[in-house]
Design a protein around this ligand. Structure first.
Ligand SMILES: [Zn+2]
Length: 282
């Protein structure tokens, strides 16, 4: 005689192998038979489908950047670990979809061409473009607006030293990076490695206003964007009186200062590389 168990949903007494195992269930079994259990689960999933879809959508929207970063990181890793497989897949896809590949290549070619033309146009008409901006600004209807805008800006800078410092650091970073032919893509605070507030706590705001912000290891030593960014970290900043900064050549950097900067820097190896390449250390 086989022992039977009654399903709580359909009320049928059934042999025990008609029930799934469940650790905390009576006799270690699910209370519902397998078909009933699956039916219930399916119903519940259908009932909550909309809700789950909405939730997932919201989650994706709220975490767009993290997801994108994760995706990039993951595909990079996957590619590194499965190079041969990925290459074979791509080759196979290209073989099976010659039309698509042709269209893609053409599209890329057009894009490249357009970029190149844009670049050439800008180069050729640089002065013209600048004058155009100036003409716009000097138009009577814009003149007043521009004046108000710059006055507000100046007032804000006077009244809010933190704002002024943020602006100076940002402009400073932009200038030094673009001088080396690099672009400023990262946020200033990210490059500094600390918040503006933290920086003012170290450098003292009133001093910042009367001094120049100086790079202890000169930015001109950087030979790449990575190095320029590393040298912009807050551990490499100090305040100098304007006169000191203007007379300070790249030559007078003391080894002591360099060691201090390197020991406080998140990527010391980059700085060591920069310093080793330079012969201007005392
Ligand atoms: Zn049942």
């Amino acid at each position: 005689m086989i022992e039977l168990k009654t399903c709580t949903l359909c009320d049928k007494p059934l042999p025990k192998d008609n029930f799934r195992k469940q650790k905390n269930g009576k006799e270690g079994l699910n209370a519902r038979c397998i078909p009933c259990h699956d039916k219930k689960r399916k119903e519940s999933r259908e009932r909550t489908f909309e809700k789950r879809r909405r939730y997932a959508k919201k989650y994706r929207q709220d975490n767009k950047e993290q997801i994108e970063e994760y995706r990039k990181e993951y595909s990079k890793k996957y590619y590194q670990e499965n190079k041969r497989k990925v290459k074979a897949k791509v080759a196979e896809y290209a073989k099976n979809n010659p039309e698509k590949i042709k269209a893609y290549k053409k599209q890329e070619h057009v894009k490249r061409k357009k970029r190149e033309l844009d670049r050439r146009y800008k180069e050729k008409n640089r002065q013209g473009i600048l004058t155009k901006g100036k003409i716009q600004r000097d138009k009577p209807e814009n003149k007043k607006k521009h004046k108000e805008y710059s006055r507000d800006w100046a007032r804000k800078k006077r009244k809010d030293p933190l704002f002024a410092m943020k602006h100076r650091l940002r402009a400073n970073l932009h200038k030094t990076l673009s001088k080396g032919g690099y672009k400023k893509k990262s946020k200033t605070e990210e490059v500094l490695g600390c918040t503006f507030e933290h920086l003012t706590a170290i450098l003292k705001l009133e001093d910042i206003m009367s001094h120049h912000i100086d790079h202890i290891i000169p930015l001109s030593w950087a030979k790449s964007e990575k190095e320029a960014l590393a040298l912009s970290h807050y551990s490499n900043l100090q305040l100098l009186l304007p006169i000191d900064n203007l007379t300070k050549g790249n030559r007078d950097v003391s080894g002591c200062d360099i060691i201090r900067v390197i020991s406080n820097h998140p990527t010391p190896e980059v700085l060591i590389h920069v310093v080793n390449k330079s012969k201007n250390v005392n």
